[in-house]
Design a binder for this molecule. Structure first.
Ligand code: NHW
Length: 407
């Protein structure tokens, strides 16, 4: 299985010291347990390492000379700009270094300030003399359901080290310091995703891409005209509906929040890993925000929300292109279809993404997305997205068992 092949069992100076699942080790234990016929006692849930707040180190971890810790108040325009600029110049790129994620300022504010967020967990490293940022990592609170068990966790995102400071082991210091700060709040587990394969992965999903502005995507080198097609046929084949087909399809509003929350949570129960969203968290994450997140619903005559679909906006800079500065990409978020086929709902969603100026619609093969990817002409991408849990035992999950999309 893909998942097995992708498991990382090589040696890692930092990760080998951390409470994350290690496949080789676990296999060893299960073999021993099998041999002793006490199979039932194999631990499948709970902390990998039990800790209390009292045991947690009180002082920040030391940084190399000339650097100091700071926190980023993203509601302060200057500090938001600093974070934006570090990420815009140094964050995730594709393998050929043609595209780099360009999370907008409004997106960053939204992503790191859900209900209950703590400024102390928007952590950065700056130069003592100049104040210039060299590293960042963020944690936000999110309870997760893992194999039916509710666990208080944080979601980790935006780990970034300035290109000039790469391969100097600053990332492990950022991770240790955010862990210490999170632990001091009484939380001991985390969830995160990454393209790279590291110890601790619980599952591996794949990105799929649906061209919307096919010609532009060819021009920037994101895709190419298939051998058996001309540009004109490819453009035609990638048309999306100008008007939604689903009756009553419209942008989600505040009056839909409670009903749409129930619809989503009733749906997510069928997955092995998903966020235990409160109504307030759901409102924060799903209610439309210009150029950040779009969501749509349709309701029955009495206003009961029956269908929900959503996407978030994550453009990428075209690093080397002379004329196109960005690819505008919509990322499939949470979708639930109860009265129409999911495929129809997502086709309507593609139409909205186009109306919102998106060039491409990306989706992972998580949840039930496999039901529409092929028919709606999504093509398989070349990158995997690995899902990780820190300090929590979990069974391995297949993509269709994952009910979680991180930003
Ligand atoms: S994934 C996006 C990560 N960011 C990027 O790819 C941006 C571009 N790259 C960089 O900025 C979404 C640097 O290359 C980074 C590494 C900073 C990635 N996750 O400093 P060194 C997230 O934000 C390990 C975890 O020399 P560097 C999720 C690597 O295996 N570890 O490398 C983040 C090695 O350890 P090893 C990663 O290139 C989740 C060590 O870093 C990693 O200058 C974080 C080398 O460090 C990655 N993506 O900087 C974990 N990439 O053991 C949260 C490399 O192999 C854990 N490494 O020797 C939970 C914490 C909270 C717990 C709460 C209870």
């Amino acid at each position: 299985r893909l998942l097995r092949e992708k498991k990382d069992t090589s040696s890692h100076k930092f990760w080998d010291t951390q409470p994350v699942a290690r496949d080789a080790l676990q296999d060893d234990i299960s073999k021993q347990l099998e041999a002793a016929t006490i199979k039932d006692e194999k631990k499948t849930t709970g902390y990998i390492k039990e800790q209390t707040v009292e045991e947690i180190r009180k002082e920040p971890y030391p940084l190399p000379a000339g650097f100091e810790w700071c926190v980023l108040d993203v509601n302060n325009e200057e500090q938001l700009d600093m974070m934006y600029n570090l990420l815009n110049r140094n964050y995730v790129e594709d393998d050929d270094n043609m595209f780099r994620f360009d999370y907008s300022r409004d997106f960053l504010k939204w992503a790191v300030c859900p209900p209950g967020y703590k400024v102390d967990l928007h952590l950065a490293v700056r130069a003592q003399k100049t104040g210039k940022l060299f590293g960042v990592i963020t944690a936000i609170p999110q309870a997760m359901i893992v194999d039916g068990v509710k666990v208080e966790m944080v979601e980790i995102n935006f780990l970034c080290v300035h290109k000039k400071l790469r391969s100097k082991r600053l990332a492990p210091v950022l991770i240790k310091e955010i862990t210490r700060r999170v632990n001091l709040t009484g939380v001991f587990s985390a969830v995160y995703t990454a393209g790279v394969v590291l110890p601790g992965s619980i599952g591996c999903a794949r990105y799929y891409h649906r061209s919307i502005q096919f010609k532009k995507l060819v021009e920037v080198g994101f895709t190419r005209v298939p051998n058996n097609q001309t540009m004109a046929t490819a453009v035609k084949l990638n048309r999306v509906p100008a008007q939604p087909i689903t009756k009553g399809f419209r942008a989600m509003e505040e009056r839909d929040v409670v009903g749409a929350h129930k619809l989503l949570m009733d749906y997510l129960v069928s997955f092995k890993v998903y966020p235990a969203l409160t109504v307030d968290e759901f409102r924060h994450w799903i209610l439309p925000k210009d150029k950040v997140v779009n969501s749509y619903v349709s309701t029955s005559a009495d206003g009961t929300v029956e269908n929900l679909c959503s996407f978030y906006h994550l453009p990428s800079s075209c690093v080397k292109h002379p004329t196109h500065s960005h690819i505008y990409a919509a990322y499939s978020y949470y979708n639930v279809a109860t009265t129409v086929p999911l495929k129809q709902l997502m086709n309507d969603c593609l139409g909205q993404a186009k109306a919102e100026g998106q060039d491409v619609f990306n989706a992972l093969n998580v949840m039930e997305n496999d039901k529409f990817l092929h028919d709606l002409r999504f093509g398989m991408g070349d990158g995997n997205l690995n899902y990780y849990l820190y300090n929590w035992h979990s069974p391995d999950v297949q993509p269709e068992e994952i009910g979680l999309v991180l930003l």
